[in-house]
Design a protein. Structure first.
Lengths: 377, 257
């Protein structure tokens, strides 16, 4: 089995145009969640999201290609034979809104595979491409699948690219489900009342250790383990006992040949909904016992970026390992039962090599990755 | 790594079926049949009628495939994964949902429809219905989407991610705003794939992933999942697969293991 290195990481969010800027603003406890001006919110449950102020629609009508234009220059050199795995839940769904309003719109932007097609064309990739959709665990699973293909020797290099937008389509849906918070979301807080949506994109270049060494690539980190499991419980609500997430974490630990005590911090999904956060704390308690392991969520700072969440959180997890720092959980004040001593409104120093990052989504899916500290930041 | 196909199920414009019923698998570019609960399940299943059409299509094909592999009934949840390929996913449902927000400026947005605006939702419904706790995701690719789906199913199976995997395709008819696209045949088709040596079920044939990532079935390259399923059905017919409820004959060479 080949070791899987992460040799480059890029991220674009309204809180920062690259991982470095995003990390600094996250450490400063800032948030980009604010009132939405992109569409009218008068009839929705809330009016907040993390949106770019200046993300104009591209010529085809969707804002997706504009966001990708900001991401792609950050990616750096990618071998042309790399496999591309994209992850998006709704791609250019803003073009469906335009189509239904009789506005000009490129229909292909609505196809899940279209993002992969565009990136391949821009980067000249010839190694094949596909999109993975697993709701809010999409990019986490994309990283897991890319790592599995490299580990088994199927490919040497995989580029992961993920993206999702704040659209009225998605915003109205979460509003209809009464899942939106009327204040910026407060992950793991006793007074949390829902999630805040966000938009963003990320890219991660995965490479076999042998290839990366041969090309003298940076070693930002290693994908040590991965796991995924379905709750088989409910289509939109998590299993209150957290069995699916527990199973995913245990798979990841087994694959990484690690014990729970090897994990020094957890980048949680932490959406700020009552049920998600409670479920996560339960799963973590089952796996890690009474240990007060640092847990954080970035969604109070950048919102829930859906299919891009896992990728952005990996980019930030690498920063966390490199700086041996857990960022603050923005919006968190009073701990939910089980979060005491684990979740913090301020940054914390950590010491160790392995970080767990998890995401869960509609359809009952849960995914977990274990990242190892790199040698170069 | 070698795996075996132990179940095949489908819903196409030509009808619904499963491998051991010895019906022909055809995927014509025509309208799909109405997928009622009675056509798929014997017992009442009120939730089925409330699902969107895309979800019902995928779930029905999965039900037929699991039934074909004698895996439909369960008492304990199992580590069975699902990987499916789609072109349009739930876009037809997206249109229906979008129309609920277009009227009255969002006041009538349907939470029920929104819950089905992700293409992986039918994987979740199948997981609940059949107690499947393995990983599941949807693959969409500019080309060779079905082969990526199969390659990932076999990679995950060989990596021990799950003990059994359902691998398939699911697409409703092309949405109306894609006039330029090829009229792909709508339908859903799923294969139950298990690791060689870990099943005592009757098998349709052996799958192998070559070092270059290309899948082979009974020693021949796989073109797409429909062709793969037909070759499996043909291989089974040549070996005179038993009628659905008859126990397998241990003297016949169906058990590759």
């Amino acid at each position: 089995m080949s070791a899987v290195w992460i040799t480059n990481a890029a991220a674009v969010t309204p809180l920062g145009n690259d991982p470095g800027e995003l990390w600094q603003r996250l450490l400063a406890g800032q948030t980009s969640i604010k009132p939405v001006t992109r569409f009218r919110t008068d009839n929705y449950h809330a009016d907040l999201a993390s949106c770019f102020d200046d993300l104009d629609p591209a010529s085809g009508g969707s804002r997706g290609p504009t966001l990708l234009e900001r991401l792609i220059p950050q990616i750096g050199p990618v071998p042309s034979e790399a496999l591309l795995i994209t992850a998006t839940t709704k791609g250019g769904i803003d073009n469906l809104e335009r189509t239904r309003r009789d506005l000009p719109a490129e229909a292909r932007d609505m196809l899940l595979a279209n993002m992969a097609e565009k990136i391949c064309a821009q980067l000249g990739l010839t190694g094949g491409s596909l999109n993975i959709n697993a709701a809010c665990a999409s990019s986490t699973l994309a990283v897991a699948q890319g790592a599995a293909l490299i580990a088994t020797g199927g490919v040497e290099t995989v580029l992961i690219a993920c993206m999702d937008l704040v659209t009225e389509f998605v915003f109205s849906g979460f509003s209809a489900l009464q899942a939106l918070s009327t204040t910026p979301c407060r992950p793991f807080d006793r007074k949390r009342s829902g999630l805040s949506l966000g938009e963003g994109a990320a890219a991660l270049l995965l490479m076999s250790e042998a290839r990366a060494r041969r090309e003298e690539r940076s070693h930002l980190g290693t994908v040590l383990g991965w796991g995924a499991a379905n709750d088989a419980h409910h289509i939109t609500a998590p299993d209150p006992n957290g069995h699916g997430l527990q199973q995913a974490i245990e798979q990841a630990l087994k694959r990484a040949r690690l014990y729970p005590e090897d994990i020094i911090a957890i980048s949680a999904h932490g959406t700020g909904t009552i049920y998600n956060d409670r479920m996560e704390l339960k799963a973590f308690k089952t796996v890690f016992g009474d240990r007060r392991i640092p847990i954080y969520s970035v969604k109070g700072a950048i919102g829930h970026t859906l299919g891009a969440a896992g990728g952005i959180e990996v980019a930030l997890g690498l920063k966390s390992l490199a700086t041996q720092t857990v960022p603050p959980t923005v919006g968190f004040t009073n701990p939910e039962a089980g979060a005491e001593g684990c979740v913090s409104p301020t940054s914390l120093k950590i010491a160790g090599e392995c970080l767990l990052t998890t995401n869960s989504g509609f359809g009952g899916i849960n995914a977990a990755l274990i990242l190892g500290k790199g040698w170069a930041s | 790594m070698t795996a075996v196909i132990t179940g095949i199920g489908w819903v196409t414009a030509a009808g619904m079926g499963r491998g051991k019923d010895r019906t022909r698998l055809e995927m014509p570019a025509a309208s799909l049949p109405e997928i009622t609960r009675q056509a798929v399940f014997n017992a009442p299943y009120p939730r089925f009628g409330r699902m969107d059409r895309y979800c019902r299509l995928g779930l029905a094909a999965i039900a037929f495939a699991l039934r074909d592999a004698a895996l439909e009934k369960w008492s304990r949840k199992r580590n069975v994964g699902i990987i499916a390929s789609t072109v349009y996913g739930c876009l037809n449902t997206d249109v229906d949902y979008c129309d609920t927000i277009m009227s009255q400026e969002g006041r009538l947005a349907s939470p029920h429809l929104f819950a089905y605006t992700l293409p992986n939702c039918f994987l979740g419904e199948a997981a609940i219905r059949f107690g499947l706790t393995g990983s599941g995701f949807i693959v969409s690719a500019p080309s060779a989407s079905e082969l990526w789906c199969l390659r990932m199913a076999l990679t995950n199976l060989s990596g021990g991610e799950f003990e059994t995997v359902l691998c398939g395709i699911c697409d409703l008819a092309r949405p109306p705003f894609f006039p330029e696209a090829d009229p792909a045949a709508p339908g859903a088709l799923f294969l139950v794939i298990e690791a060689l040596g870990r099943t005592d079920r009757t098998v349709y044939g052996a799958l192998r992933l070559n070092r270059d990532g290309t899948p082979e079935f009974n020693g021949r390259p796989v073109k797409n999942l429909a062709t793969l399923a037909r070759e499996g059905l043909n291989a089974a017919a040549a070996r005179r697969l038993p009628a659905p409820d008859r126990p397998p004959d241990p003297n016949l060479e169906w058990h590759f293991a």
